[in-house]
Write a protein that binds this ligand. Structure first.
Ligand code: B1M
Length: 243
């Protein structure tokens, strides 16, 4: 525990290591203090997130897989991660970038994993997107209602279980049935997915992590805007030739 340790005099690499240990042990208060201390050392929110919280959570994941940690411990670690993310969230969103577009993102039906999805949401906000995070365990109807209410350009779906990932196809098929599939960019992510799966279910892209999700979303938004710009240029050139 970092109570007896003076984190202010600790070098950054040791502080990151300590934060990983506190995250592992589920010490939310300490993780928050360490996040704040790292930020005060001029580390960027993104680096604190990736080099600190995400790196720490990776170790939790491996030990959970190997039966060293169990559900209650993982939940404590997840809470500590969320506490740390609470500090970083507004900072990542504070870029002042113009709104790039709107994304509705949710974890699919049957699945309650939300850490990675929230991370994606945070990073997207940080990149200037308006994000409507509809939470966990979302049915087709939940996605449809959010699409109707918020008119997003992008839909993001997350699944962490091999048993819930097929539900993404159900959502995409419903978008087709409603005749709105081609109006939307559908991005999918989550540890058990891959590109082949995304192709197979008819998503636009698989995003390995939050950074890739941001890059991919930006790329699609740029492509969507291009035809409009193209027509404007054609119109302008036409006017120039005629006039
Ligand atoms: Co669960 N769990 N879990 N779990 N859990 C996994 C996923 C598992 C791989 C662990 C293991 O066995 N090694 C395994 C799945 C096995 C499988 O399906 N093949 C598993 C299991 C089995 C279960 C339960 C069934 C356990 C049980 O009850 N017996 C149960 C299922 C409950 C349910 O959903 N119905 C369960 C429960 C839980 C907790 C509640 C204890 C907790 C979740 C807490 C929470 O989310 N609030 C939990 C956790 C924490 C994990 C692990 C350890 C960590 C997941 C995580 O948060 N990773 C996980 C093991 C692992 O993944 N290594 C595991 C950190 C996060 C930053 O990464 O979520 O991958 P990730 O997100 C990344 C990318 O994937 C991507 O970007 C993110 C950021 O870079 N991404 C997207 C994710 N979503 C995206 C959406 C996008 C784009 C990118 O949209 C555009």
């Amino acid at each position: 525990m970092s109570d007896e340790i003076d984190i202010k005099s600790m070098p950054i690499d040791e502080l990151l290591e300590l934060m990983g240990e506190d995250l592992y042990d589920g010490y939310a208060e300490e993780v928050v203090e360490e996040v704040e201390e790292l930020l005060s050392r001029d580390m960027t929110p993104y680096d604190v997130l990736t080099e600190g919280l995400v790196a720490g959570m990776d170790i939790v994941g491996v030990d959970f897989r190997d039966g060293i940690l169990f559900v209650p411990e993982v939940l404590m670690a997840a809470k500590a991660m969320k506490a740390g993310m609470g500090i970083l969230r507004p900072l990542l969103a504070e870029t002042g970038a113009p709104k790039m577009g709107t994304m509705v993102i949710g974890t699919v039906k049957g699945d309650i994993h939300d850490i990675g999805k929230n991370l994606v949401a945070m990073m997207m906000e940080g990149a200037g997107f308006e994000v409507v995070n509809i939470g966990i365990n979302n049915s087709v109807d939940d996605f449809m209602a959010a699409i109707e209410e918020h008119a997003p350009e992008i839909i993001g779906m997350s699944a962490l279980l091999t048993t819930t990932m097929p539900y993404m196809r159900v959502v995409i098929e419903s978008l087709k049935d409603e005749g709105i599939r081609d109006d939307l960019v559908v991005l999918v992510g989550g540890a058990p997915l891959n590109e082949a799966f995304a192709d197979d279910i008819g998503a636009d892209a698989y995003c390995r992590d939050a950074a890739v999700a941001v890059e991919t979303a930006k790329k699609f938004m740029a492509e969507r805007k291009q035809p409009v710009v193209g027509w404007l240029v054609v119109g302008w050139l036409g006017g120039w030739v005629v006039g």
